[in-house]
Design a protein around this ligand. Structure first.
Ligand SMILES: [Ca+2]
Ligand SMILES: [Ca+2]
Ligand SMILES: [Ca+2]
Length: 142
């Protein structure tokens, strides 16, 4: 039983699945659904800011600390804390340990190369593959 349990963890780790067996692409789809408030299939700049900076800001200082981010992300999307902390580090562009609109504005230049302030499914998926610590497990399927 324990051997089976350990084997499952090893296999899931090899596939890049998280503590609930979700792959980065599955997590990405969940995040996309949560962000797309008006359900038009695109994430606008405003929706992205709302989700990543303001919705998870528990002490209302207009920034998301590493602790706030890790608690929320790990609870919601079931990545383990170490993976989530590494993901946060990648998202925190200026490495001041807080996620702010400045960090997201920088990422938007990569996320939204044509500047229409909308991020498509494919653009967000590509972004997650670059940013998420487990993203490289799926990059060969692009
Ligand atoms: Ca939308
Ligand atoms: Ca905060
Ligand atoms: Ca920052």
């Amino acid at each position: 039983m324990i051997t089976y349990f350990l084997l499952t963890i090893v296999i899931e780790a090899a596939l890049g699945a998280n503590t609930h067996g979700l792959t980065v692409d599955q997590v990405t789809a969940l995040v996309m659904l949560d962000m797309d408030d008006d359900h038009d299939g695109h994430v606008s700049e405003g929706e992205l800011m709302l989700e990543l900076v303001f919705r998870w800001d528990q002490n209302f200082d207009l920034q998301v600390s590493q602790e706030e981010f890790v608690n929320f992300w790990a609870d919601t999307y079931h990545d383990d804390h170490a993976t989530t902390a590494a993901f946060f580090y990648n998202l925190d562009f200026n490495h001041d340990n807080h996620l702010t609109t400045d960090d997201i504005s920088h990422h938007l230049r990569v996320l939204d190369p044509n500047g229409d302030r909308q991020v498509s499914d494919a653009e967000f998926k590509h972004f997650m593959h670059v940013m998420h610590p487990h993203g490289h497990f799926q990059s060969q399927t692009d």
